[in-house]
Every structure is written in structure tokens, then in C-alpha cells.
Design a binder for this molecule. Structure first.
Ligand code: ASP
Ligand code: MG
Length: 439
């Protein structure tokens, strides 16, 4: 069995949804199709929730009506038969009635998550209606029946696997299943989600849960690129990456794949393929356990980084100092990305600034603290980057005119991270492209 996940742009137009239908019906292997909401829908639902949170019902109503109009325009172009259209009308009516009822009741976070779930429910139901109209046999799976997260918002993979396998066992001989990305139930049995972009995560969790042959992530770009195509002119898709390399890249910039979606596939050794709906024959990027290719494969950048330096002579020859530093970040649930140390100072980077003031205050008890905002991590990823002779030299030579705030080298075999002021990012990415890939 395989998993095919389609993102918002792949289902965002009626003709694209038809293309998705072609893609999921062309092979023989039983397939679970995971769909995102139509592009723009989740953002619109977030907007509706925000308006309600501010008790601005008029604005919320305007936003609901605008989204409603979008769906009323969408379905006649998707479906041709009267029966199909009548069914789509019912689906749209049901979900927008729900949103309109919410306008009248008192708003809370659980209701907000219900609002956010409407996008994937709509996209999968409309897609399923298309399959019905074309007499393509398929089974509709409600993700809320098997996707769950625990009290720390972590997916419960073994429970998911158990439930999903039981559901699939009720449909022997079926070859096509359609389900929602992103949405799940939480430990209070309320509707919840896997955070923005979480449909990739759903796909990977399902692939792990059923030990799929492959987890295909279909988007509108031909795989992960070796540099940021929005900034650098010449980039190309990377044919092959290991799970570790892909995890570094997904986290440090390449927006194409949700970073959390690597671990389930990696744990169950399910290869992940990033493919392009607009160009289905393109090779894309294959992510798997063992790859033979070596050297620098990609460069990514992550903005919005803050560097914090804690300097203290008490660190000299002391043990336990780093623990005290890290405990403060742990207390405020703030992840650290990079660390470098000297004998009397330690620098770390964070990207979640929600507790910066408290963290800074507590760190001041340990030493003098300096905070630099607007930093960018440039991440150089490859197989054995840190063992390939000369790899680091070509990296450093390429950017020798750019001031470097931190370097992290040797933390893993797949990554060299460099921290620079964000104003040098464009220059750094371009220079690295020329210096490392000889372009
Ligand atoms: N629809 C959700 C979002 O836009 C989940 C996803 O598309 O992956 O974030
Ligand atoms: Mg996405």
C-alpha cells in the first residue's frame, strides 16, 4: 500500500483536482490519498477565528461569506452531473451552516480548532464526490476516527496504527482511500490539528502506521532544491537525500516539507518522494535511509533567529554550567537551534521569542547576557559534509567577505551551520551557490 498526499495548490482549482484524480488512479497499488484544504482556505479559517477571538462578529461573518462564495464558485467547475452538484451543494451547505452557527455561540479555543478543521473536511468530501461522479470506487476515511495526539500534542503512532489497520480491514479488496491531512483528535477527544502545514505529517504518520511502500508528497515544485529558488537564480532539485539530510533541510528553510514529517517515515523506513503535480514525470526528490551520494547537497537559510550570548568567568573549569543555562530554556519551552561554546561563554540561538524577556532575566543570574536579533542560520547540508576534505574550506572561502557570528561544525555528519546577520543572507546564499556548486 502507498500514501499519496496532495497539498493545497494541488487541489486548489477544479482542474487540479481532476489531475489529482488522474494521478491517484493510474497505478495498481492500493493507495491512501491524503488531502490538504484548498489553497487559501486554512488562512481564511484562521482569519475567521481571529475575528471571533476579537468578538468582531461582523468581520467574521464577512470572512465566512467570502469563503463560502469561493466554494460556490468552485464546485460547478469540478462536477458535471446534477447528482454530483447536488451532493456538493449539501456538503458546502453543511459546513458553512456550521460556521454560521459558531457566530452565534461563545467562542473558545476548542471551537477555533473546529473551525480550522473545516478546510480538509471540505476538500476531501468534494474530491470524494468527484470520484463518485466518475464511478471510481473509493472509501472515505475520516481522519478523526484514527488520527490522535496525546496531552503533549504528540501523535500517538501505535494507537493510530491499530485503529487505521482495523478500519482498513473492514474494506478488503478496496484500492482507493481518501482522508484528511492536518486534522486529528486530542486527548480530550476534541477536534485538533497537527499545526500549520501538518498534512505532510499526517501522510508520514499514516505511511508509518501501515508500513507503506512509499509516502509520496505531491506539491507544486519538482522536489527540494539545492538552494533557495526565491533568492538564488540557479537552483536545481536534489535527486536523493537521506532522512537525516532531509530533516536538517526541512527544518532549516526548505518550506516544501513539514519538518516533523521525517521521523515517522524514518522510524519505519518508508521512503518519501517529493513530486510535482504540474510535472508528474519529473524525478523529484527521493528521501530514504541510505544514500550513496556524498558532498554538499544543499544550502538553506532560516531567518528570524536570535542569538544569545551568556558570558561568565564562573563557567571557567566549572561543571553543570550548561545545564543551568539549558534549564532556563526548558522552563520556557523554548527550543535551541545552534550552540557554540568557549571556555568563558556560550552562545545559543532561538527562533521563538515569546519568552525572551523572562529567559534573559533568568540568564542574567548566571552571567552577562547579550542578545542579537535579526540573525539568519545558513545551513549547509550533505552526506559527510564534515568529513569531506575541503568541503568546509569551499564553504568558508565562498563567504569570506561576510562577518560570521557563530559556526557549528561537527554536530552531525550532515550539517554545517553558520549564523550571520540577516542583511547578509542574500549575498551569502549567492556566494555559496557560486563557490560550492560552482555556479
Ligand atoms: N491546511 C493546513 C494548512 O494550510 C495543513 C496543510 O495544508 O498541510 O496549514
Ligand atoms: Mg505544505
Amino acid at each position: 500500500m502507498k500514501v499519496m498526499k496532495f497539498g493545497g495548490t494541488s487541489v486548489g482549482k477544479p482542474e487540479r483536482m481532476h489531475q489529482v484524480k488522474d494521478l491517484v488512479t493510474r497505478g495498481d497499488e492500493p493507495t491512501i490519498v491524503v488531502l490538504s484544504a484548498l489553497s487559501g482556505t486554512t488562512n481564511a479559517l484562521v482569519g475567521i477565528g481571529e475575528a471571533l477571538a476579537e468578538a468582531n462578529r461582523i468581520l467574521a461573518k464577512e470572512r465566512i461569506d467570502a469563503l463560502h462564495a469561493h466554494y460556490l464558485e468552485f464546485y460547478p467547475a469540478l462536477l458535471k452531473t446534477e447528482k454530483g452538484r447536488a451532493k456538493a451543494e449539501d456538503i458546502i451547505k453543511e459546513h458553512f451552516e456550521f460556521l454560521n452557527i459558531i457566530l452565534k455561540i461563545s467562542f473558545n479555543e476548542a471551537i477555533n480548532r473546529d473551525i480550522l478543521a473545516q478546510g480538509e473536511l471540505l476538500s476531501t468530501k468534494l474530491f470524494y464526490t468527484l470520484l463518485e461522479e466518475l464511478n471510481i470506487p473509493a472509501v472515505f476515511l475520516g481522519a478523526l476516527d484514527f488520527m490522535s495526539i496525546d496531552e503533549n500534542s504528540e501523535p500517538e503512532l501505535s494507537k493510530i496504527s491499530e485503529k487505521l489497520k482495523a478500519i482498513l480491514a473492514q474494506h478488503p479488496g478496496e484500492k482507493l482511500f481518501v482522508t484528511q491531512g492536518y486534522i486529528c483528535k486530542n486527548h480530550r477527544n476534541e477536534v485538533d490539528n497537527l499545526k500549520r502545514g501538518g498534512s505532510d505529517y499526517t501522510a508520514s504518520l499514516i505511511a508509518a502506521a501501515i508500513n507503506a511502500s512509499v509516502c509520496e508528497i505531491w506539491t507544486d515544485i519538482d522536489g527540494m532544491h539545492n538552494n533557495d529558488p526565491r533568492i538564488v537564480d540557479k537552483t536545481r532539485p536534489i535527486a536523493e537525500l537521506s532522512f537525516d539530510e532531509a530533516a536538517e533541510l526541512a527544518y532549516f528553510g526548505a518550506k516544501i516539507l513539514h519538518p516533523a514529517s521525517i521521523w515517522p517515515a524514518q522510524q519505519y523506513n518508508v521512503p518519501v518522494r517529493l513530486l510535482n503535480t504540474m510535472d508528474p514525470e519529473a524525478h523529484g526528490t527521493l528521501i530514504k535511509e541510505d544514500v550513496e551520494t556524498t558532498g554538499v547537497k544543499a544550502i538553506a537559510a532560516k531567518d528570524g533567529i536570535t542569538a544569545i550570548k551568556i558570558k561568565s568567568s564562573r563557567m571557567l573549569l566549572a561543571y553543570g554550567f550548561l545545564r543551568r543555562v539549558f534549564e532556563i530554556f526548558e522552563k520556557y519551552k523554548t527550543p535551541i537551534d545552534m550552540i557554540t561554546t568557549s571556555e568563558v561563554a556560550v552562545s545559543v540561538t532561538i527562533d521563538d521569542l515569546s519568552h525572551l524577556a523572562q529567559i534573559q532575566k533568568e540568564l542574567e543570574a548566571l552571567g552577562s547576557v547579550e542578545v542579537d536579533q535579526n540573525q539568519t542560520i545558513i545551513c549547509i547540508v550533505g552526506n559527510m559534509v564534515s568529513e569531506t576534505r575541503g568541503a568546509i574550506k569551499s564553504v568558508m572561502d565562498s563567504i569570506n567577505n561576510i562577518p560570521i557570528r557563530m559556526v557549528s561544525y561537527g554536530g552531525s555528519r550532515h550539517n554545517v551551520s553558520i549564523l550571520i546577520d540577516s542583511k547578509f543572507k542574500k549575498d551569502a546564499l549567492q556566494s555559496l551557490n557560486e563557490g560550492v556548486f560552482n555556479w
